[in-house]
Design a protein around this ligand. Sequence first.
Ligand SMILES: [Zn+2]
Length: 342
Amino acid sequence: MLLKKRSEPPEVFQLESLIRRIPDNHPTTPHLREKLRRITAGFHGEHRVDSLWQEISLSFPHFLLHDLFIQKSQSSHQFDTILLTSHFVLVLEIKSIVGQLNFDPELRQFTRTNKDGSVDGMRNPDDQLRRHERWIEQFLSQQRVKLPVIGAIVFTYPSSIIQSRPDKRLMIQSSGLPYLLEQLVLTYPENVLSSKRTQNLARELVDLHTDKPLKMPVLPAGFVKGVLCDTCVGVRMCYRYKKWSCPTCACIDPYAHLKALQQYRVLSGAQIRSRDFREFTGIESTSIASKLLMSSGMSFDGSFKDRIYTIPESFNLADSIWVIPDSIFEIRTVSSFNGNPL
Ligand SMILES: [Zn+2]
């Protein structure tokens, strides 16, 4: 039973939002694009492995938990996948890395050799998995449960060539996941926990999950503020007649500021005041800015003047109130907005 699904990493939307607000020829653009490519490839790889579970059937109680993040006071654990069963616990570390891969057992170094001969040093997935295994073992011990804990590294690309491997570590290509499960069922035939106890343990793990804190990026010089057109790269929309319109392609969107708010959330933080909103969107009128903020349905703290709104992860348009009195029905253009860095 799937108890926790995997979602797209928030860094993807953050990087996409940042990249579309800095010029293509900016020195940081290639680095940001590469980071986005790497995170997206990792997510797609994990997603491909997730789909393999549909081919696997187990005859005893089992629960799948994907993308579990557990924050402790001094440390954190991010589990790619945990399969908690009444026979054993399987912990997967999923890697989407192309090239020739080497584990150095003495230095504990993990490297990838590229086609051009260059070598990249990377975090050692064997050590990552050991940490995760130890944490799960401690968790089970606190629950007075004795279940075998097995960790496996799963490589998602057939072009990942393992040249040397750490001793005793289970490592497979993703296509081998059904075979691995067959072997584990044969190795651990004993039913250790009842169905109810297995389910309770899985739910306790899910209850420990928190969203991973998103680190705000440093906004580079040349960063473009404003409500951007979805179609025209880097073009700021103008707010007039209660709608946002693009001066280049003439498209109209009454909700475009909500998209800008979601981008603000991942670039500058979830809290926003009216003056921050005006500065970011280029709306000059305090009354129009206040009406747009109030009509967005965002929760807020503070009095009218010092009100701080909390931007949600997503907007439900049904919660927004799109009745803006004619008294503030002013024409404001932000076409002259100069896009100074925040
Ligand atoms: Zn446009």
